[in-house]
Design a protein around this ligand. Sequence first.
Ligand SMILES: *[C@@H]1O[C@H](CO)[C@@H](O)[C@H](O)[C@H]1NC(C)=O
Ligand SMILES: *[C@@H]1O[C@H](CO)[C@@H](O)[C@H](O)[C@H]1NC(C)=O
Ligand SMILES: *[C@@H]1O[C@H](CO)[C@@H](O)[C@H](O)[C@H]1NC(C)=O
Ligand SMILES: *[C@@H]1O[C@H](CO)[C@@H](O)[C@H](O)[C@H]1NC(C)=O
Length: 832
Amino acid sequence: MAPSVLLPGGLLLLVGAQLLAARLEPYDLLYDSGVQAYYREDWPSVILSMEKALRNRELLRRHRITCRMQCADTSDYSAQPPGRGPLQDLSLFQRVLERAACVRGCERHNMGAPDTYFMASEELELEFRKRSPYNYLQVAYFKIHKLDKAVAAAHTFFIGNPDHMEMRQNLEYYKMMAGVSDSDFRDLEAKPHMHQFRLGVRYYTDEESATAITYFEKALEEYLVADVECRSLCDGPYDYDGYNFLDYSADLFQSITDHYVQVMSCRQGCVSELATQPGKDKPTDDFLASHFNYLQFAYYNTENYTQAIQCAKTYLLFHPNDEVMTQNLAYYSAVLGEDAAALIQPREDIQAYITRSLLEKELLYFAYDVFGIPFVDPDTWTPESVIPKRLKEKQKVERETAARISEEIGNLMKEIENLVEEKTKETFDLSNPVREGQRDTGPGVHDSEHESEVSLDPEAPEFRATVDSLIVAVNHALKVDDDSNSAPEHAVSFTRTKRSHKTFASHPDFLDIVRRHRERSDKCFTGGPVLFDEVSVVMTSKTLNGSQRVVTDGVISEDECRELLRLTNAAASAGDGYRGTTSPHTPNEKFHGVTVYKALKLGQEGKVPLRSAHLYYNVTEKVRRVVESYFRLDSPLYFSYSHLVCRTAIEEKQDDRQDLSHPVHVDNCILKAEAMMCVKEHPAYTFRDYSAILYLNGDFEGGHFYFTELDAKTITAEIKPQCGRMVGFSSGSENPHGVKAVTKGQRCAVALWFTLDPRHNERERIQADDLIKMLFGPEETNVFPGNESARKSETRDGVVTPPEPPTGPDSDPPKKGVLQPPLDSPKTKTEL
Ligand SMILES: *[C@@H]1O[C@H](CO)[C@@H](O)[C@H](O)[C@H]1NC(C)=O
Ligand SMILES: *[C@@H]1O[C@H](CO)[C@@H](O)[C@H](O)[C@H]1NC(C)=O
Ligand SMILES: *[C@@H]1O[C@H](CO)[C@@H](O)[C@H](O)[C@H]1NC(C)=O
Ligand SMILES: *[C@@H]1O[C@H](CO)[C@@H](O)[C@H](O)[C@H]1NC(C)=O
């Protein structure tokens, strides 16, 4: 068969034509340069980069949609050869091939590169979803006195972040300014369907039915457009979330199924996406159907019974048993005349929408039932009959089990709490002097003196053993099989071992209790073993005048320090990692560094010595182990983020320097020093539990690390960096810390943040683990054999340390006026 038969002519032309568009500039790079410009206070560049980032992201979205829609339109699956068997399969596959070629050709043509070239990291996507670029733009426009644009950017950001206090104040301030008009408060990211719907509701509430109708009808049109667009964006790459993609081994039909089911789930998810107002977490229930509820009554108010009947009937497609609507319909029909009413059909586009949606749900439930791929139905109107009976029964059992589990967990929590109380009391009663940081003779081996001290310590092995056995007992009693709703059943690679134990150990209540009793027992805390002979504890919480702190020396050797220093400089000049940009914390220092994964990639590409990258990887794991062991953690620590970073004093900027290299902060909450408070909420990395910094050198001036009280001023302890020294501490409000200005030379350190919550295990770390496995073979992956494999399967949001968010105009805002919340929720059903 000649290729031209396989791929029809038009398509060949499209692929063959070298009329490629100039490659779009990736919006993640533009965003980065915008942020950097922000710290240089180069406002015009902030505006240029951020505006372009927003524009390019939107362009990309448009191109994706257009290409996928065009190619969907041109493929014709109906022309099937007669009969059954391989010919049918081939013919179907031919269409699939054609469509893939069409999409690829279209993307290359429109964007200058295949779609995957533009994939941005999840973290960055999140920034855009949170509308962060507008926060930068707002400041930049304000600085160059473009008030109308500043106001629009501020308003746009605030709509997406209604709890942002600073922006609320900014907006109040803008309102009072001369030269700002009401029309400047525009939402630049408003979704047309949502906008029209809101206007509809507003006029409906004001009983202006005719106007309301216009807006609701427009809203419906826009909704269906947005729906098609949202659905076509679902045709993305397969997301391996939940298991290790290197071990993924599904066969042909299974892998097609996996991907297609994911795409269908995503398409169903458009219901929630379209019904979610900016700044809200939850979608409005039954959003599409509610349009028809408003419309039927608005049409009735304008005495347009034909339309009222049509809308009532359309509404009943979603909720056939709705009593109020059935009554309304009866009334309208009586007024119009039964015969005429009977002829009126529900809206066709909605009928088609529902048919398609039901078929999709049916397939998704089937996949749930047969392959165990979970599906969460976003709709409230799905008829029972769509859900397979067996699945319904299984879900019922699951719900009951879940209820039982949470009850048992509640009881268990109480028991643990009591136990902790008792143990803590005993310890205090005996006012047992406990020395901290003693070197253990080795893991699991205690000398007798130590033993007797520890036995009354809530951190003691017996205590933890009791907790463990309680957990085992509960799990056993419940025969917890929490795999059933986690990963697809066939994904054998998914690590199932100890899942229930881990799930329990990461239960927030449990973590909370552990944390609290750790705090309470701080006074009698005995540091655990540091596991390595060459590592020695040189300062403890006591000598560091605080709690949950430690300084160890000898974590790495002089040679290793030198090797890692060479590595960062090589990585920086290879142009990956952060390339000697100005520090995000001070304009008086330069900043460069590299993450473990990037170093390994560079090693793989031969741009840095692979051996050094491997050393870097090994070192981070060693630090993790030391921290986990020293603080006697009963569940494993996961990497939340780690990087090697150097700060270099800029020579000409050191006279009379007052600022810090890194201002005082707390790692897992937002420090409000004036109020002596630390607020544990977004955007702080609230899930971080332990932090560590490993120094690579000491030959520079300044740059001391220090702990303070919650006021960020009173210094409680100060540590001078030197090669192989590590500072470890818990990430909470008990440990505010900062870094003094580096006034001469270069200060390099590996900074690491850890979490006890496996869901926040950093994605980059898993990639690094995989890369190590690939490069050095499986037998070498276990740097420290033990609990590695269990750690790997949990792929979750990796997080990059972002610069501090910009703050807005800095004069004191006036204190009047309250902003309106963005939107009323739709009124409930209307009775006649
Ligand atoms: C009812 O509304 C439809 C659509 O807006 C319109 O075409 C029709 O003329 C209206 N009928 C009456 C009786 O007003
Ligand atoms: C890293 O650790 C592995 C496993 O212990 C070891 O084989 C390898 O030599 C180490 N590499 C470096 C550069 O330290
Ligand atoms: C702890 O506080 C004491 C007394 O204020 C001080 O002398 C000591 O240097 C502090 N410890 C460290 C490690 O800074
Ligand atoms: C693995 O973790 C368990 C508890 O989480 C611990 O008892 C065990 O010693 C660990 N194994 C190794 C080899 O570190």
